[in-house]
Design a protein around this ligand. Sequence first.
Ligand SMILES: Nc1nc2c(ncn2[C@@H]2O[C@H](COP(=O)(O)OP(=O)(O)OP(=O)(O)O)[C@@H](O)[C@H]2O)c(=O)[nH]1
Ligand SMILES: [Mg+2]
Length: 709
Amino acid sequence: MAKYQVADIRNIALAGHRASGKTSLADALLYQAKAVDRRGSVDDGTSISDYDDEEHKRHFSIDTSVLHLEHKGKQIHLLDTPGDPAFIGAALSALNAVENVLVVVSAANGVEVNTRRMFHEAGKRGLTRLLALNKLDADNIKFGELLKSIRDTFGKGCVLFNAPIHVGPQFSGVVSVLNPPEAVPPGCAVDLNAARSQLIDAIVEADDALMEKYLLEGSISADELTAALPKALQAGTVVPIFCTAAKKDLGIAELLDGLATYALSPEQGKRRTAKKGDNEVTLEPSPTADFVGQVFKAVTDKFVGNLSFIRVFSGSYKPDQPLVNVRTGKSARVAGLLLMQGSKHTPIPEAIPGDIFAVTKVEDLQIGDTVSNRAGAPKLPVPQFPTPMFGLAVEPKARGDEQKISGSLQKIANEDPTFRVTRDMQTKELVINGTNQLHLDVLINRLKRRFDLEVVTKEPKIPYRETITVPSEGSHRHKKQTGGRGQFGEVHLRIYPLPRDIDSEEALLERFATKEKFEKMRAAHYDPEYNFAFIDTIVGGTIPNQFVPAVEKGCKELLERGALAGYRIQDVAVEVYFGKDHPVDSSEAAFKTAGRIAFKNAFLAARPVLLEPIVEVEVIVPTRYTGAILGDLNTKRARIENQESLPGDLSVITALVPLAEVTRYASQLDSITQGQGSFSMEFKHYDVVPSNVQQQIVSKAKLGEEEDE
Ligand SMILES: Nc1nc2c(ncn2[C@@H]2O[C@H](COP(=O)(O)OP(=O)(O)OP(=O)(O)O)[C@@H](O)[C@H]2O)c(=O)[nH]1
Ligand SMILES: [Mg+2]
């Protein structure tokens, strides 16, 4: 039996912009709650939460760390997420494991790009949001303006639960707004009465009866307000603000009390739904329900091997039960359940709904996998992550390491949903994709430290795509007579642009490969990866049935190789309708080659174009830089979507820009704004490359004539 009940659990992610003080708050909270016996510090490289060597060296968080503490009878699981957009995958993943998000704002810097991002991501998931205004001890803080900008940006529901006594270097602590003291302490940064009415207004907003009482009687007790809070927090009409200086341990005891008192338990928070066949099932946090959990983090630890972090959504789990991966159906034995404290862990006998624990050495558990203790359990939706678009070609430093490097990079990719490893079919180079340069730098270092493998990187790779704009046709006769048995195969085909919104074989048959359009259709196959259709309308066995799959294979080879400039092909349908064979010389290999070259001939005649990835860039800068930012974006083929002013004399600019133009935006923005701007970038869609740019890319690629091998 666990020491605590489901109602006692509080799962809280710390999120927000880089360097706002999330990790420092985590260290301070752990120490305050006596969950650790020493006070960790980011600056000294002794943080309990940023425990990784790379984190120590760089002084920022790279992955989410999982921590826990007990306070006022509550079991609090804290997930400290990284704030740099490079590691957005880890931060988003953590949001799927909690009911509450404490968005940390640096009082010195105000609202920044990732503050907004995480606040909205939490809202989208129906999570309860709380705010910490940290670094209140820093110089040049204008508290009134800061508060106004927060309320203007995130809504009037953002209300002070406590207020600072002095701000800046004299900041000495906080005073409660909900239960204000009789005498207002000198130096209080706000008018406590006004702050309290704002707080009450926000709370009664979610409760009609209370609102009525308030309007009639003009006052409301602290107890009544507290009782009404869970509903308001659930509805998001109240977003409590706590004031802190993590580095000086000020406001930490009050924040800890606040989290234990106001954060929602798994029973109060929003339920998650899973799918069982076609049915939606709501996962109830009942200890006696069937066990369902989800993996939200996976790492390989030097000492214990692979570690998978699981959040329990319903039912209880004990280590003597099998752990079934619902995706693969595979069942594993676990050695034990671990309660994590950064890099340290203690065994626990059981996990109940809401719990967060880790297991070791279970193979093939990926982020997003649903786990249960029996087969056929409902499956939670796999979380979506931004598509990693920043690519670098890598090459081993030492000869002979190729195999090891691609295998080890694959292991790293399993732990990071925003990292991918592929091979460029044209250049045969290994290409890694991540969110940005910093992200890839960190992972290349990880490759070195963990696997002792070194790579050199080459210029950024843009994942262009090739497609066609009009239907066309092509054929090829592959004939070779080089002593002994010859080779013979002839293929005739037509190709068509395939609409991009087709996403399954059913959709293909319904909307494109219909009997009306392809009267002689014998079969139609769909490949979602390339949005590619292969349609067989061969009459009278001009290509014998046993060779048709080889023709399809040949076409698929071209999809990967590209025809115009060596990039992947997408959005094309191929209709094979005629061919010739030879009773002795025909072979699979011959038809494969004939199919590939016929497709290529048709492709090049179908007004092919290159597509390029377009990203949405959001930039926040002090208003005086707006002109410079817009001017620079204009030279980058950008389409400005929106420009707004933010409180605090800031501007936010959103633009759609070809990825190729912004691979070095981090350093460019820094130099335009002297380091005072921040930005985020996310893949949106593919668009046709302007023809002058296409010419440059195509001539650079200089694809050789297709070998008629
Ligand atoms: N003056 C002051 N500095 C602080 C405070 N809290 C954190 N810092 C400093 O701010 C820097 C960043 O702190 P972190 O705790 O690493 O910030 P973070 O939000 O975890 O950063 P990321 O992990 O990169 O997102 C460190 O140098 C801290 O010492 C504070 O309350 N006051
Ligand atoms: Mg951190």
